[in-house]
Design a protein around this ligand. Sequence first.
Ligand SMILES: *Cc1c(COP(=O)(O)O)cnc(C)c1O
Length: 404
Amino acid sequence: MAVRHLSDDDYLTIERQLGAHNYKPLDVVLARGQGVWVWDTAGRRYLDCLSAYSAVNQGHCHPRIRDALVEQAHRLTLTSRAFHNDQLALFYEEVCALTRSHKVLPMNSGAEAVESAIKAVRKWGYEVKGVPPGQAEVIVCANNFHGRTIAIVGFSTDPTARRGFGPFAPGFAAVPFGDAEALEAAITPNTVAFLAEPIQGEAGVIIPPPGYLRRVRDICTERGVMLILDEIQTGLGRTGRLLAEEHEGVEADLTLIGKALSGGFYPISAVLSNSEVLGVLKPGEHGSTFGGNPLACAVARTALRVLVEEGMIANAAAMGDYFLAQLKRLSNPMIMEVRGRGLMIAVEFHEQAGGARRYCEALKERGLLCKETHEHTIRFAPPLVITREEIDWAMERIEAVLTH
Ligand SMILES: *Cc1c(COP(=O)(O)O)cnc(C)c1O
């Protein structure tokens, strides 16, 4: 293929002309990445504080995951589930051992894992709990984010995610996040599951009150309701534990992982189950052409191994504490709150600040990439391999931009 030399303006123009405008990216065209760093087309270096929405927890282009991908790509990439492959069983074994799960359903994207979990709990509701046909209800949280498919945006409470996309699937009810009493009051005999993020990511790193998840776990157990925790963003080390549910010592009935299960290389997600729920799915009732393919499984196996063997989860806990403490020392009356757990951190501004976007633009000029979530919040979520020196480097830039 002939080499074409495009300017950054060319890239932006072509994207604007040919692409659907469903994102509003910062004006930076990235060409290379390594660890916490990425480089643009001109060779300028940036510290990545978004980590592809936590899909590159292990850092960009991690050499062990890259080698696993390349090695597997030479051997076998896709068989479909019509046949077995020699990676799937090993992925099952390793992910179950690590997360103490008993059953796994491999899918591709996060949204597919959420959809799959909803299908499974509905079927469980009819076949095991005895819910009358067509009556199953799933309770979700206000300000949730679980992906972009029709069913999922149908139970979103964000008008931007929903507007113009109906009609939507029935069978969902929303309660305030962090309010266990509201959940208890909303449960009916037809409730099959409660679906929640342990910390709401896209909503702006919303941390529920202490004890919330434990109370939710008890309520679900008492009322015969399956607890589905969406750990697609909070999971795999992001909050300083393998799974965020560990902070409160709870186990969900279904745990959803995705994003960093890919190591940033190749999409894979999974529904993990500690109970009978996934057992209701019989041959032909659910599937995915690419789900459980050997390339994804080889990548995911190494992505998990790297997280554990290279101490990334403990590093996320220690560096998260350090980063959060530094951010809390920022003095700017426009800052409303600084909050976080592990390396999932948010700085929220008062409305008078005029939106967080301009801070993100200014930080980009100084070599730090981050993104506003909604209008007034910046999320700082660097790869879990970040060092204290790199946080100090970031803080110099953040201080310069956020306190002037
Ligand atoms: C990103 C995300 C999803 C959706 O994952 P996709 O791979 O983009 O479909 C679902 N739930 C949570 C909590 C997420 O952060």
